[in-house]
Design a protein around this ligand. Structure first.
Ligand code: NAD
Ligand code: UDX
Length: 464
């Protein structure tokens, strides 16, 4: 079976970049990305390709090559479903905020809506691909909905979780460590569907990097991969606290440990805590699944990764207050960076939000600079927490256009995101403009301690 038309439901951080790369690499396949969010689709179609809604290095070039040729962005969900042989579901699956599983389970409301829509519209056989990260055994629920509400056509359900990381999405998609495809391997039609998706990826990924498994293994592998990655960050962050009280340096420890080939060097960078839309949500979901099977020890084991991460964010903020003579009331604190990591404009679950919230509760005045995050987004993040009114947030938080401006007359600066440009700042000049003593808190262990002390700062870095 050769795929000619792909539809992807969800034009977000995963659907947008993933489909852009598929379209770029498969000129023989028409790819239509659809979304209910009209503003987002309009931005994907913006004449100026620099205005696409997601900032990712290299993405605008991929979009400009394929858009209008075989890559289309549209709000007409039904038409795209109707035409497609293969439909990717790439909608959001956030943590539930209500009812059973509130604060833990994945909210599958949008997934179910997609399945019902596909069932309603489809009048020819379709391969439905789970691209969203889903609890293990979701494919069964999708199958039930599709088969019970459809028009008698055949649906094959595949799991094809996405492993891209934001900030490196294009590179991750072009050179994936592996592509994982789960399907009904015991069935002829299931195997055909899997092969059809393998054929899509084989346009640019070598066959030995394409892994096929049963559908449950594929679904569970995605949650497992994120849990393992987050666990490494929490492990090194736990050691960062021990480093601070013993005189060890966490970067040195991390290097020494990571050079053991059995451990490896990646994901051992201590930080103010991991953020992003995936790690916390997926571990909470894993904990919920384990609990729902009565596996309490398994649940507790993974929950500790989140507990450690919350502790790391809180202790960074508490240390600022303690160091500034136990009060930040009325003091100006510059926050450099708001995104959850560099090279993205995504702020979901960013540590900066929680650190800012803590400092605001201590009556600090905050000034934020981030090279890619908009003012509107920063206020929306704080408003969403509901700790204070929108008006209060706007009164106590200002957003400026440069790091230098943020630091003028500040009592302290806190480096929250490891943007490269923070390495090139004129820290001597920044020091001159700050109130004295000028405190600098490096939540990313990015800056050179000796240089910062030589510039005059009272300097504090995670894990040192
Ligand atoms: P996102 O919120 O950026 O995008 C989801 C989009 O789906 C939104 O634009 C929303 O409007 C749209 N949508 C929701 N319901 C719809 C419907 N019924 N019809 C049409 N459009 C609909 O989310 P994301 O970051 O792209 O994540 C999507 C999925 O991929 C999640 O399950 C996530 O866990 C997973 N994932 C994310 C990343 C990442 O780095 N962000 C990486 C791997 C996997
Ligand atoms: C993650 C997974 O890496 C990716 O495979 C999955 O598809 C989606 O979730 P993402 O959240 O985009 O990707 O970014 P990632 O690079 O994993 O970073 C997550 C958070 O951990 C960031 O806040 C980052 O700053 C932090 N981090 C990462 C550390 O603090 N230290 C590290 O060593 C690595």
């Amino acid at each position: 079976m050769k795929i000619k038309n792909i539809c992807c439901i969800g034009a977000g951080y995963v659907g947008g970049p993933t489909m852009s790369v598929i379209a770029q690499k498969c000129p023989d396949i028409n790819v239509t990305v659809v979304d209910l969010n009209e503003k987002r689709i309009a931005a994907w179609n913006d004449e100026d390709v620099e205005n696409i809604p997601i900032y990712e290095p290299g993405l605008s070039a991929v979009v400009s090559e394929a858009r209008g040729r075989n890559l289309f962005f549209s709000t007409d969900v039904d038409e795209a479903i109707d035409k497609a042989d293969m439909i990717f579901i790439s909608v959001n699956t956030p943590t539930k905020t209500y009812g059973i599983g509130k604060g833990m389970a994945a909210d599958l409301k949008w997934i179910e809506l997609c399945a019902r829509q596909i069932a309603k519209i489809a009048t020819s056989d379709k391969i439905v691909v789970e691209k969203s990260t889903l609890p293990v055994r979701t494919a069964q629920a999708l199958k039930n909905i599709l088969e019970n509400t459809g028009n008698g056509v055949n649906f094959q359900i595949l799991s094809n979780p996405e492993f891209l990381a934001e900030g490196t999405a294009v590179d991750d998609l072009l050179n994936p460590d592996r592509v994982l495809i789960g399907g009904d391997i015991d069935n002829e039609k299931g195997r055909e569907a899997m092969q059809a998706l393998v054929d899509v990826y084989e346009h640019w990924v070598s066959n030995d990097h394409i892994l096929t498994t049963n559908v449950w293994s594929s679904e569970l592998s995605k949650l497992t991969a994120n849990a393992f990655l987050a666990q490494r960050v929490s492990s090194i962050n736990a050691m960062s606290e021990l480093c601070e009280v013993t005189g060890a340096d966490v970067n040195e420890v991390s290097k020494a440990v990571g050079m053991d080939s059995r451990i490896g060097a990646k994901f051992l960078k201590a930080s103010v805590g991991f953020g992003g839309s995936c790690f916390q949500k997926d571990i909470l979901n894993l904990v919920y699944i384990a609990k729902s099977f009565g596996l309490n020890e398994v649940a507790d084991y993974w929950e500790q990764v989140i507990i450690m991460n919350d502790h790391q964010k809180r202790r960074f903020a508490a240390n600022i207050v303690r160091t500034l003579y136990n009060t930040v009331s009325g003091k100006k604190i510059a926050m450099l960076g708001w995104a959850f990591k560099k090279d993205t404009n995504d702020t979901r679950e960013a540590a900066s939000i929680y650190v800012a919230d803590y400092l605001l509760s201590e009556q600090a005045e905050i000034v934020v600079y981030d090279p890619k995050v908009t003012e509107e987004q920063i206020y929306a993040d704080l408003d969403y927490l509901g700790s204070r009114t929108g008006e209060e947030n706007r009164k106590s938080v200002k957003i400026v256009n440069t790091a230098e401006e943020a630091c003028v007359d500040a009592h302290a600066a806190a480096l929250m995101t490891e943007w490269d440009e923070f390495l090139d700042l004129d820290w001597d000049a920044i020091y001159d403009e700050m109130l004295k003593p000028a405190f600098l808190f490096d939540g990313r262990k990015l800056l050179n301690k000796k240089e910062m002390i030589d510039s005059g700062f009272k300097f504090y870095a995670i894990g040192n």
